[in-house]
Design a protein around this ligand. Structure first.
Ligand SMILES: *[C@@H]1O[C@H](CO)[C@@H](O)[C@H](O)[C@H]1NC(C)=O
Ligand SMILES: *[C@@H]1O[C@H](CO)[C@@H](O)[C@H](O)[C@H]1NC(C)=O
Length: 280
């Protein structure tokens, strides 16, 4: 593995850092740390039409908090969060733990779902900063059947990875690499923009690595260089400029970036950009 910290990448890192609003992330930390949606858990299965219990816990501190809203999302086949409905809004006191029972719509399609919980901080009784937390994704099936021996079988096999995708269960969804685009050509010595678009309901959390790969056969691709590594909170639009300076340039090859991310659940995710070419 080659790691080159060139002047260009230091420059790019400076640009990257300036994207982050420090005061904003400090406020989020101050008001939102210690909040967790502990139920539904990742192993729960619901039949459409059944009730789920949503539980939010907090570490008590001086900030008064209420649960102000609850939204249900699914994750679509393109790995993007899809808003289903606002299932509840109001003011529900959150001291150390609060639970709300909510019905999964009877016409919900089989798949992976999550709750997104709005927690509002009250400052002198007034609406202060909001925090948004998501539950783990859980499984929804369209029906179940209990046989004579008491075993439950579901309308969809729970190990069907086309419906219940392991990457989604890890929180690896809702992030798209918008640039570079498929088949684009870039010139050695120039800058290339790597642009990430994160859905606001994504469970991706920190950007940890950007790597440049040369495509070989899709399995044993060559790592050309680690372009950047660190721990940066992902904004909804994220861009990074890399100075293309590849000593072993192969103008016939296809290149792509591999983006390393962690999820809110502490899992490791990776996303790939489209393939592009580099000319001399
Ligand atoms: C199920 O959830 C609905 C809200 O969607 C609530 O009105 C109802 O009381 C809940 N039922 C049970 C048995 O908890
Ligand atoms: C690139 O492809 C062309 C045409 O197929 C070939 O002539 C050339 O040798 C290749 N170059 C490299 C570096 O593989």
């Amino acid at each position: 593995m080659k790691f080159s910290l060139t002047a260009a990448s230091i420059f790019a890192f400076a640009c990257l850092s300036s994207v982050k609003a420090d005061s904003y992330s400090d406020a989020i930390k101050e008001f939102c740390d210690g909040l967790q949606v502990t139920a539904p858990s990742g192993s729960e299965v619901f039949v459409a039409g059944q009730n789920a219990t949503v539980t939010v816990t907090r570490t008590p501190n001086s900030h008064e908090k209420v649960i102000s809203g609850l939204d249900l999302y699914s994750v679509d086949s393109n790995n993007n969060p899809k808003y289903i409905q606002n299932t509840w809004y109001g003011r529900y006191n959150l001291n150390t733990q609060a639970s709300i029972s909510d019905e999964i719509p009877a016409d919900a399609a089989a798949g992976q779902y999550m709750y997104r919980v709005w927690v509002t901080n009250l400052i002198n009784g007034q609406h202060g900063p909001d925090c948004i937390k998501t539950s783990r994704t859980f499984k929804v099936t369209t029906g179940s059947h209990v046989n004579d021996a008491g075993f439950v079988s579901y309308a969809q096999a729970l190990d069907d990875v086309t419906i219940f995708r392991p990457e989604v269960a890890k929180g690896c969804f809702g992030l798209t690499v918008k640039s570079p685009i498929e088949g684009s050509t870039h010139k050695q010595g120039e800058f290339i923009t790597i642009e990430l678009k994160r859905d606001s309901a994504s469970q991706t959390d920190l950007l940890t690595k950007i790597e440049l790969y040369k495509a070989v056969d899709g399995v044993n691709d060559d790592l050309v260089e680690t372009v950047w590594n660190g721990n940066e909170r992902l904004a909804n639009i994220f861009s990074y400029k890399q100075h293309l300076n590849n000593p072993g340039l192969d103008t016939n090859a296809s290149y792509y970036y591999k983006i390393g991310v962690t999820s809110e659940h502490g899992e490791t995710c990776s996303f790939k950009s489209d393939a592009f070419k580099v000319t001399a």
